[in-house]
Design a protein around this ligand. Structure first.
Ligand code: NAD
Length: 339
């Protein structure tokens, strides 16, 4: 059993905790919070021992019925791997805690590549993470881009990628974020950071990205165009997407043309929290013109990186050396069957 601690039990941390708890070869030894919240009550209900960053705040937890198992330092001592899911930038500060005790740590996409020195996507570079002390699971957008670029690259060779990302303004529970009535260029200058981030995983890919933020909380939408090295085939591309366990095809028969309908579909399927761990490529949008490939894909920002974190834990622990085996184990435990 790989003993896993979750430092930062928020949007990503709570999902990774449930995903880890569902695996046969892993267990949660603790999760951490900075202050009492509804999520801390959920952790208690799930039976995850609750640790806190600042022991001076213990009284605030116990007063509202939340038992504290100890400090974050105590939690780290009993773990084999920590998943740091604290807000962007905090992971970098936490790194010294992990270094001090030689603990394996996974950072998230809000940290720079340099914090871990290795940026991870299960499909693309699982083998490179085997036995590493530090790994960074790339952001939701980068994960979505890496999965499909890697697939098209293996089918037809990718010469160049251009992608426009329409990003959600906040996660559904974030009441203080926006915009509520604007389209915000993110940033005004081109490229956005997403292209360079893809290169941390797939260094041979030429990619330019542009991004904007819109008033929605559900998902991101990517409009992607790729120039291939060889003549591409729509039939072959659709077949490969159908075979891919973490890229779902949104078929025309479903009538889905929006992120809102996709989210509703996920809820109807009974997915926990309505999570879509797979990238969602709109089948009718796939167009192939000679060597050029076009499509739209929707990315559930809160979900796609969750399964990647589970694979990263296995790779770093060195218990499963074959990426396909880890991906299958993770998917099966979470009942992930493509859309
Ligand atoms: P979040 O704010 O929802 O959760 C972070 C949690 O960490 C909170 O519970 C907070 O109380 C806790 N925390 C803060 N400081 C802490 C500390 N010093 N020690 C322990 N816990 C602490 O953030 P999130 O959205 O889950 O993002 C976490 C990371 O995942 C970031 O790097 C982010 O960029 C990345 N990420 C987020 C999303 C997304 O859509 N939310 C998608 C992909 C990657």
């Amino acid at each position: 059993m790989i003993k896993v601690a979750i430092n930062g039990y928020g949007t990503i941390g709570k999902r990774v905790a449930d995903a880890v708890a569902a695996q046969m070869d892993m267990k949660i030894v603790g999760v951490s919070k900075t202050k009492p919240s509804f999520e801390a009550y959920v952790a208690k209900k799930r039976g995850y021992p609750l640790y806190i960053a600042d022991m001076a705040k213990k009284g605030a937890f116990t007063k509202v019925g939340l038992e504290v198992a100890g400090s974050v330092d105590d939690m780290l001592k009993i773990a084999d791997v920590v998943v740091d899911a604290t807000p962007g930038g905090v992971g970098k500060q936490n790194k010294s805690l992990y270094e001090k005790i030689g603990l394996k740590a996974i950072f998230q996409g809000g940290e720079d590549h340099e914090v871990a020195g290795f940026s991870f996507c299960s499909d693309c570079n699982y083998a490179g993470a085997i036995g590493r002390q530090f790994v960074r699971v790339v952001s939701c957008n980068t994960t979505g881009l890496c999965r499909i670029i890697n697939l098209v690259d293996s089918a037809f060779g990718v010469e160049r990628v251009r992608s426009v990302m329409v990003r959600r303004g906040s996660d559904p529970g974030e009441v203080k974020k926006g915009p509520i009535d604007a389209v915000v260029l993110d940033p005004v200058s081109i490229p956005s950071h997403h292209g360079p981030d893809v290169i941390t995983v797939l260094p041979h890919i030429q990619i330019t990205t542009m991004a904007m933020i819109v008033p929605t909380t559900f998902m991101h939408m990517h409009a992607v165009q790729m120039d291939c090295k060889r003549e591409a085939s729509r039939e072959e591309l659709v077949r490969r997407i159908e075979e891919h366990s973490r890229i779902g095809l949104v078929r025309s028969g479903t009538g889905i043309k929006s992120t809102a309908e996709l989210k509703e579909y996920a809820l109807d399927l009974g997915r926990p929290r309505g999570d879509l761990w797979e990238s969602c490529v709109f089948a009718d949008s796939i167009a192939v013109l000679g060597k050029e490939v076009y499509f739209f894909q929707a990315i559930h920002q809160e979900a796609d990186v969750v399964v990647e974190n589970v694979d990263a834990i296995r790779a770093m622990s060195g218990t499963v050396k074959d990426p396909a085996t880890s991906i299958r184990m993770t998917n099966e435990a979470m009942h992930l069957s493509a859309l």
